[in-house]
Design a protein. Sequence first.
Length: 649
Amino acid sequence: MSLYVTTPIFYVNAQPHLGHAYTAVIADAACRFRRLEGEEVRFQTGTDEHGEKVVEAAERESLSPKEYADRISALFRAAWPGLAIAPDHFIRTTEPAHIKTVQVILQQVHDRGDIYFSEYSGLYCKGCERFLTEKELVDGLCPDHQTPPQPVTEQNYFFRMGKYQQWLIDHIKANPDFITPERYRNEVLSFLAEPLEDLCISRPTSRLTWGIPLPFDDRFVTYVWFDALINYLTGIGYPDAPDFGRRWRAAEHIIAKDILKPHAIYWPTMLKAMGLEPYRRLHVHGYWNVNDTKMSKSIGNVVRPAELVDAFGTDTVRYFLMREMAFGLDASFSAEALVARQNSDLANDLGNLFSRSLTMVGKFADFKVPVPGAAGDADRELAAAALRMVAEFRDQMHQFAFHRALQAVWEVVGRANRYIVENAPWELAKDPANSERLATVLYHLLESLRLVALCLQPIMPETAAKMAAALGVASPAGLTDHGRWGLLAAGTAITPCPALFPRLDKQTGRAPAAAPAKELPAKAAQAAKQEETPAAADAADAAGLIGFDDFQKLDLRVAEVVAAERVKKSDRLLKLTVKAPEERTIVAGIAEHYQPEEMVGRRVIIVANLKPAKLMGVTSQGMVLAAKDGKALVLSAVSGPVAAGAKVS
Ligand code: ME8
């Protein structure tokens, strides 16, 4: 087995939300990707059902803990198919097999002398379900729950975690990939620089009965983490399954930063005490906020995956989650950002490219893959870029850098769109002498799209399947065999398909009701029209009108001004630093109308692809759009919250 991937098992004291969905989506995408690499993969998720928090949540609903856990666990299980998340195994910690495994392990570690009985006095946080050290408190409060921990003196069982501290430090240092990204590895190493205390692993039944009884003392149940972490072993049949060793060697866990300590410290030391090898890698992602605010029930801003899927569809949500969050860092969700991604990346960039290309193959090549002629520089460049995309995509996906993998794909989508504009197939179609050139251009477009669809399979399975079907290629296809250039056979029938993604209304987030966009995105329809009527195009030229393709050469973007100052020795010029989304300098002739201090924080529209020009010694990389009304000058702006860098079209 090449990869055994797990998500955390989610507590049943809350219903599935965006954060859970993200972890499950990336775990699913990682598995789909590795299957495309021809590898044997197993994917496990599930629910964590014991502990005080579950008892309290059940009491609030007047249910027994088991009834409550059954209900919420079923909600998690039911949430995943809507996002095309397809685990091989869904585990619950209340299953008899898991209870048995936990007890076998406790007995084993106890017999080896790594569990001892002792009295402990400390500060206990109910929310964390553990004792906190003085150092962890902020102003006397638990930093996560903002409540004062209670002084508790108890007899309990302890795991000799401290004994394995040096071994763990050595293991992390010897295996740079063990905890990724690096910031979390560093965080763990700096935590381990202090002496590691032993871990309290029991709760007296006088305080909690909803847990797994200790096999060697039935006055106690197991502490939730010692129970929960073991799910990763139960799910692959520890200790007896013949396949266990092979599967465990491929284990990679995905978690968010909130549960780094149990996974990076408790778990490897527990495994060591059991005589097992540690897992292979731990992938740690950041936290999703909502409109830059922490997601919480009390604020009422919890985002439910099912509602997103109903509103936007499976693939848009998957794409958004993987594109918007840089793996390892926090990200902010907003409906506006999701709509912006759908409109610009999916409907405009990808959808438009796909439908334009198919429309042209229909019109100019009778819906068949044409026989390409000799490739010129531009064609070779597109082919080379598409192959670089496949290599880069694979590389980034292996590293769990989903956002970078997608950037690599969109780089080629953008390039292919420019290739259409630069090669103007509709112009070539006017003269039969150009038929071989036309065939070559269309072939290069189709072949690039085949490779784009190939890469998108693990990210957007439905869309990739639609694209593959339209291009007449089998799906799913392996990356090694199919990630080469020139596999699309001339003569293959191309089937037109409806627009991959509708453009959404920015205000309502919905597709326009009577949308011709259902068939073709508006712009592609417009472009197709222009391609259809050469005579009308000539008349338009004469009238000074520009074609859609001319317009599309402009890269208009929303830019946020982050700094502004006057250009020395100039009354007219301001030097602006803008984010779009990368930082750049733009010199604007607006100093007579705007003070530098009123510029910062504004969102304006810029032309992002103007050749750089030097103005009074300062290089300007673009132009800010503004309206002139007599002597007045008014800057362009956007009417709602739009991310810096969003495309204006
Ligand atoms: O901790 N952003 O369960 P849990 C991103 N049962 N990811 C988030 C998130 C957010 N805002 N909120 C939750 C537990 N997650 C234990 C785990 S494992 C042996 C036991 C995701 O329901 C993320 O994966 O609190 C995080 O690590 C996990 O849900 C915590 O889930």
